[in-house]
Ligand binder design. Structure first.
Ligand code: HEM
Length: 451
């Protein structure tokens, strides 16, 4: 049988940094190993991996150097993720990146969020209907899949003005098959209907074919309200601009793919880890319910009230400290540099382990404890700059960070007032650090309805 493997090439390739880090990251607690390495060898650790030099960084000054002070010397590293993101802006650099980002930036200006609010609420309502059925059946569900399908519906409705035309559970499974398997060739076994099955390159290639078809499906889906100012319209206006020939049809498609993954998996992981922590800390879940009661009683929140869920937001921020969905930022050195007395050579892959700063006792008291109050406005003022980077920093920081926090605040408030999601997996959940910070074997939950 002939198989087009081109989509499958990537994360698992021998040249990929992810592949090369496999021996470190496939351990029971991959982050503990990095923590020990940085305690023993300091904040800059050059590692020679065959024909490639990788430099692990873990200090705030190093992050500042690479992301802000000397940012132009470092380009994005995206080798293994091209099949998912195509040529979208997240993968490009320099003047082209600037030109591509400009027309999209306005979709993420805070004055747009009020317009998105009813569509975010509508997606949460669908999820609540689904959870009511899950509470009845008592079945065990994988929380990241639950939260991903919610995040995907939010993106389709709020940013594209489209109903979700695909089965989100199916698409989630397809892209996961690619990232889980291709991240490291050694992670090939996946539990399918209780049996361990080998996922092949062919499966990963097929998964990417499905993924490539998703934007066209979204474009052909039912338009919800025909809004004038949606992200999708902005992308199509850029395509129609004669002065911007690089922004062709493929660019529109690839930008959509970028939002359907960068804008969903991270938000979904944050919400799933939040629910995990809240299941282990029911007092904090209760505080969220009390806050909701104070802000809007038993009715749904209004847009004007969103900023009043301050404790809920602190829970989200603390979750992203403990479990940053993007646990490391990778760049390639375009020119020579020096960091903390260490030479950085052209072509070095620089891996900024933001997870390590998030968990360092230098910047956080008792860093392993879940304490949302760390993010109270008074304490935030004292925070060391660059010690908390869930959305990165500098010009390449996340475009959707503020939006994701609104999405997750509303989701937590609404879901927790009606349900008690119970984490039923191993405690503590073991982390798996591939491109994103997931849980080994997932985060299994049972949903209970509150009376
Ligand atoms: C909790 C949720 C999120 C987290 C933790 C997160 C994290 C990040 C990080 C760390 C980066 C920078 C990566 C790097 O420098 O290598 C990034 C970039 C990006 N994120 Fe997010 N993100 C989240 C939500 C979103 C949402 C909701 C959207 C859009 C709907 C989004 C769209 C993007 C895009 C387009 C970029 C590339 C920006 C550029 O290169 O100019 N993200 N995100």
């Amino acid at each position: 049988m002939s198989v087009a493997y081109s989509h499958a090439h990537g994360l698992g390739e021998e040249q990929s940094v992810w592949f090369k880090l496999t021996p470190l990251l496939n351990q029971d607690n991959p982050m503990e190993i990095l923590q020990r390495l940085s305690e023993k060898y300091g904040g800059v650790i050059p590692v020679n991996l065959k024909n490639q030099r990788v430099v692990l960084l873990s200090e705030v000054d190093h992050f500042k150097r690479v992301l802000v002070q000397n940012a132009d010397n470092y380009t994005k590293y995206f080798d293994g993720l091209r099949p998912i993101f195509g040529k979208s802006m997240i993968t490009v650099d320099g003047a082209l990146w600037q030109r591509i980002r400009k027309p999209q930036q306005q979709a993420f200006h805070p004055n747009m969020f009020e317009e998105y609010f009813p569509y975010l609420m509508s997606a949460i309502n669908s999820k609540m209907e689904r959870w009511a059925a899950l509470a009845e059946s008592g079945e065990t569900v994988e929380m990241v899949e639950q939260t991903w399908t919610l995040a995907a519906e939010m993106v389709c409705k709020a940013l594209f003005d489209r109903q979700v035309p695909f089965n989100p559970h199916f698409i989630f499974g397809q892209v996961k098959a690619y990232t889980d398997v291709m991240n490291h060739k050694s992670i090939r076994l996946k539990k399918v209907t209780g049996e361990l099955e080998e996922i092949t390159q062919e499966d990963a290639a097929k998964a990417m074919e499905v993924w490539n078809g998703v934007p066209e499906q979204v474009l052909a889906a039912d338009v919800i309200d025909g809004r004038e100012k949606t992200l999708l319209r902005m992308l199509e206006e850029a395509e129609a601009d004669p002065d911007f020939p690089e922004f062709d049809r493929q660019q529109v498609i690839d930008e959509m793919k970028q939002y359907l993954w960068a804008g969903t998996e991270t938000t979904a992981l944050t919400l799933a880890w939040c629910l995990y922590l809240l299941s282990l800390h029911p007092d904090a879940a209760e505080k969220i319910r009390q806050e909701a009661e104070q802000v809007c009683g038993s009715r749904d929140p209004n847009w004007d009230e969103v900023t009043q869920f301050s404790y809920t937001r602190m829970v989200i921020q603390e979750t992203m400290r403990l479990y940053p969905p993007i646990w490391a930022l990778i760049r390639i050195a375009a020119g020579e540099d020096e960091i903390d007395g260490h030479k950085i050579h052209v072509g070095d892959k620089v891996v900024m382990c933001t997870y390590l700063a998030h968990h360092s006792p230098k910047y956080w008291n008792e860093p392993e404890l879940f304490r949302p109050e760390r993010f109270s406005p008074e304490r935030m003022k004292k925070r060391v700059k660059y010690s908390y980077l869930p959305f990165a920093a500098g010009k390449r920081s996340c475009i959707g960070g503020a939006l994701s926090q609104i999405e997750n605040t509303l989701a937590l408030v609404q879901l927790l007032r009606r349900f008690r999601p119970e984490y039923v997996g191993e405690i503590p959940a073991k982390i798996q650090s591939t491109v994103t910070l997931c849980a080994q074997g997932g985060l299994p939950f049972r949903i209970h309805k509150l009376s």
